[in-house]
Design a protein around this ligand. Structure first.
Ligand code: SAH
Length: 227
């Protein structure tokens, strides 16, 4: 049973105040200023309480356009990066989207706000459980999986869209095979020092069109789970 003070802390934590809303509006303008044009994405950033996805030590920085630690050596992505990857992914209502690297669950919430049906995989047990708790609390219902996203989720595929939110050394072949024809995959590819954002459109069975979209810094896509 929760003690009184625990309930009180919980309520403060779950609070979404006018101040938070004001800070979000400013964040949306910063991201718009950096070139994001899709109003649906800007609206999602403007309405999702990012502070509820943050590690408590960094809550005061929730609406800075920066990545922050979320524990287990991982990070919540920078809001601009979330918006940029989502824009490249061109998500439509009812799209079946596979997300590799649930992390905090913030990017998952953005995809769900766009009307997608989301299948999300995380390899760190603690983050997996945290993301499940907060997304559930906010009423979001993705399909959660604990495991190695490197292999994708063949039984639930093929997918309209695949988003990798960790830096891969190369494009995971299993994921390419789980993409529908006409589908889009967005994946940062490079070393642990930096990755190039790659967008892949599947034009046919063995026909993949790749384009490059600038450099980013993600935590690495790792094989296996943390157990
Ligand atoms: N979109 C998330 C990004 C989190 S960082 C957010 O904004 O919060 C990337 C995440 O990918 C980390 O949580 C890390 O544990 C996870 N990850 C790395 N390799 C993975 C793999 N092979 N399968 C599933 N998740 C993986």
């Amino acid at each position: 049973m929760l003690k009184k003070y625990q309930i009180c802390i919980y309520r403060i934590y779950m609070n979404d105040s006018f101040q938070h809303k004001g800070l979000r509006k400013k964040l949306v303008e910063i991201i718009r200023g950096k070139g994001i044009r899709d109003e649906r994405i800007l609206q999602a950033i403007g309405s999702i309480p990012r502070h509820l996805f943050m590690d408590s030590s960094f809550i005061r920085f929730s609406y800075k356009d920066q990545a922050f630690p979320i524990g287990e050596g991982q990070t919540i992505s920078q809001p601009y990066t979330v918006a940029f990857q989502t824009e490249l992914l061109d998500v439509r209502t009812r799209h079946k989207v596979l997300e590799i690297g649930t992390g905090s669950g913030y990017q998952t919430a953005v995809l769900l706000d766009l009307g997608a049906s989301v299948y999300t995989i995380e390899r760190q047990r603690k983050l997996f459980l945290n993301a499940q708790a907060i997304l559930g609390e906010l009423g979001y219902k993705p399909h959660f999986f604990y495991g190695d996203g490197y292999q994708g989720k063949e039984t639930y595929g093929p997918f309209d869209r695949i988003l990798v939110t960790a830096g891969a050394e190369g494009v995971p072949q299993a994921l390419l095979q789980q993409l529908k024809t006409g589908g889009i995959m967005v994946v940062p590819v490079g070393s642990k020092h930096g990755q190039e954002m790659i967008r892949i459109i599947r034009r046919g069975d063995d026909d993949f069109e790749r384009t490059k979209h600038g450099y980013f810094a993600f935590v690495p896509l790792l094989k296996g789970t943390n157990e």
